[in-house]
Design a binder for this molecule. Structure first.
Ligand SMILES: [Fe+2]
Length: 284
């Protein structure tokens, strides 16, 4: 069955009686949109607005409506205010709350000014029914790699001490530990070990979820579940020492956050690219 032909798993219209107090908070993560201010521009041969639209159409067919959407960085490739404004119009038009964190290609001031006024440099806590979402800014201005500031680490510790029993998800743009792809691993959080040491002290954290690596990945470290999510545009080849594109298609992550602390999550990808993919090499 084609992905787009599968039923909408989150359609309650015919089963309202199943929406009980045990119903989950339903969340989507879209990441690494890499939009351009001038729509004719391409990223490695792809029109990133078209790939985003293909992913949104798939989400609206398969997991809709979500209770919220997290956009986890690299939202705009060329730091054009027009691209942030486009995203604000597109996502506010969906009628779903959305929460943004910056990636290395973003400019936080433009993201805050034109897309999400509540995005911050540092740590932000967003309540998701019985859960907390911790949204971290892992960017270093004008650098591709990431870092978690002392204030973010202190904020994680403060949340650990103060948040009672609330199950928690952590979102950030960069990955915290190597994925096994040399060129990508030069751009991880440079103090990932310190971050993992702090996060590992918090048993309420159900997963730490990133973008940035343009691939689906799951790792386990220090008792933590580390997840990475495909881009809504081009994908990077897992395990490659040097830059290489993967033929896998764009996608998104769905998450169901149950009141008892249980997490269900998965990846859904489109059937095909809107335009033929050329597996170009040599740079990103
Ligand atoms: Fe990216």
């Amino acid at each position: 069955m084609a992905e787009t032909d599968a039923p909408n798993a989150w359609d309650d219209s015919s089963s309202q009686d199943l929406r009980t107090t045990a119903a989950p908070f339903r969340l989507l993560q879209l990441t690494d949109l890499h939009l351009f201010g001038v729509s004719e521009r391409r990223l490695l041969g792809q029109d990133t607005q078209r790939t985003l639209e293909s992913v949104l159409a798939l989400a609206q067919a398969r997991h809709w409506p979500p209770d919220a959407i997290v956009l986890s960085g690299d939202l705009v490739h060329d730091t054009e205010p027009a691209a942030y404004r486009f995203l604000r119009e597109r996502f506010s038009g969906l009628g779903v709350p959305y929460h943004c964190i910056p990636g290395n290609h973003d400019r936080l001031d433009l993201l805050v000014g034109h897309l999400d006024a509540s995005a911050v440099s540092g740590l932000r806590v967003v309540a998701a029914d019985a859960w907390d979402l911790l949204l971290l800014d892992s960017t270093i201005p004008n650098e591709a790699g990431g870092h978690l500031s002392d204030s973010v680490l202190a904020g994680l510790a403060a949340h650990r001490r103060a948040a009672g029993e609330r199950p928690t998800l952590v979102f950030l743009h960069h990955h915290l530990q190597p994925l096994g792809s040399r060129w990508i691993d030069t751009m991880q959080v440079d103090n990932g070990a310190a971050a993992l040491a702090e996060l590992a002290q918090n048993p309420r954290i159900r997963a730490v979820i990133c973008g940035h690596v343009h691939q689906d990945a799951e790792q386990h470290a220090r008792g933590l579940r580390l997840l990475a999510t495909p881009s809504t545009c081009v994908q990077f080849l897992p395990g490659s020492d040097d830059f290489a594109l993967d033929s896998r298609t764009p996608g998104y992550r769905w998450l169901e956050l149950y009141p008892d602390g249980h997490l269900e999550t998965g990846i859904v990808r489109t059937d095909a690219y809107p335009e033929p993919l050329t597996l170009v090499t040599g740079g990103y």
